[in-house]
Design a protein around this ligand. Structure first.
Ligand SMILES: Nc1nc2c(ncn2[C@@H]2O[C@H](COP(=O)(O)OP(=O)(O)OP(=O)(O)O)[C@@H](O)[C@H]2O)c(=O)[nH]1
Ligand SMILES: [Mg+2]
Length: 343
């Protein structure tokens, strides 16, 4: 990949050619385009629903209590969380008793509106996407920390997010504060090059907060709009990851007013429910502002979206739907819920 320049024997910088020429801002992803992308991403989950509950998606069967039993099992299999599903279907049973639900179409609409309600609990402000927040923020550079357990997709997501923000006209600087893994800087370097944005990194073993400090100084000097910092999913056992993240937050706050402006927690959809416990540890340690759910394309348990919304009480901002630069889409509760049940 090249373009590394050594400074003081320690700090390496990467400035790919044409890195700061921004392209014109595209419009928001079109509603239908987004729905299509959700449908593709959630195909395996929809397949689970279809195979196990063919009649619901086609609406060809009489609505009776046995249908609800079957549906309960099927929804639990998509990882929505047993309690959430049972509570929702209890309400459906009551509606059925009252004769408020007459057919499968009505049941489907009922489930969709229940799921939408769970996904809409967070406030509008919390749901604002990075690009919108960036537009509104007066402080530069706008600082984003990307955190999460190792292997969830932080580095990949940062590449995609950098690409997305650059396409919308923002100048982006990446910061390689994952100094735990020797190959981490190279991996981020490859994504920086793909997205056409500069990167500031450091040798493996360096203090992550010091790398962030360096990146923020550089971004200020160069009047960059946004710094996105990659962090390690784990550290050498003697160093506490949460304390390290807290230190990075302190360093950011000292350097830039109100920073970090966003702390995005990356969760892996394939890990499912098991990831929630780990997520909570991050939430206890730092002020997480939003979530990114990766690998939605790789799982038949796309119902995890519901479990996350219910259990963590934070909005999902973006969803990873593949391994390419363009495979990060904004999370749309409506598109998600429709893509689950509609052919
Ligand atoms: N299918 C699919 N794969 C993804 C997605 N996001 C990330 N991956 C893959 O997941 C693997 C791990 O991604 P990384 O970005 O290296 O994860 P990380 O969190 O940075 O990992 P550490 O640096 O080890 O903590 C890679 O093989 C990625 O290509 C996604 O949305 N869909
Ligand atoms: Mg990484």
């Amino acid at each position: 990949m090249g373009f590394w320049r050594k400074e003081g024997g320690e700090i390496a910088r990467l400035f790919p050619s044409g890195s700061e020429t921004a392209e014109p801002r595209p419009e928001h992803e079109e509603e239908t385009g987004l729905l299509q992308r959700f449908k593709r991403a959630i195909a395996r989950t929809r397949q689970t629903l279809l195979e196990r509950f063919h009649d619901l998606t086609l609406g060809e069967r009489e609505l009776d209590p046995a249908v609800l039993e079957e549906l309960e099992e099927t929804l639990i299999a998509t990882d929505m969380g047993p309690r959430t599903v049972m509570e929702m279907l209890e309400r459906a049973r009551q509606a059925l008793d009252r004769e408020a639900l007459r057919d499968l179409q009505a049941l489907r609409a009922f489930i969709q509106s229940e799921l939408l309600a769970i996904l809409s609990r967070t406030s509008g402000d919390q749901r604002l996407l990075t690009e919108e927040r960036l537009r509104r923020a007066s402080v530069r550079p706008y600082v984003i920390l990307v955190i999460g357990v190792n292997g969830t997709g932080k580095t990949t997501t940062i590449g995609k997010l950098a690409h997305r923000l650059k396409r919308q006209g923002f100048s982006v600087l990446l910061c390689g504060a994952d100094t735990f893994r020797a190959a981490a800087a190279d991996q981020l370097g490859i994504w920086a090059e793909r997205a056409g944005v500069p990167l500031i990194g450091q040798q493996p073993g360096a203090d992550p907060a010091a790398v962030l400090f360096d990146a923020l100084r550089s971004a200020k000097a160069r009047r960059m709009d946004v710094v996105i910092a990659d962090t390690a999913g784990r550290l050498h056992t003697k160093i506490n990851l949460m304390q390290e993240l807290q230190k990075m937050c302190r360093v950011a706050a000292r350097e830039v007013e109100g920073a970090p402006h966003e702390v995005l927690l990356v969760l892996d959809a394939v890990t499912g429910q098991n990831g929630l416990e780990q997520a909570r540890r991050f939430l206890e340690a730092v002020r997480v502002t939003g979530l990114i759910l990766t690998k939605l394309d790789g799982t038949a348990k796309g119902g995890i979206v519901i479990a996350i919304a219910k259990e963590l009480g934070l909005p999902i901002h973006y969803v990873g739907v593949g391994e390419q630069l363009d495979d990060l889409i904004e999370f749309s509760p409506e598109a998600y819920v429709r893509s689950l049940f509609e052919a």
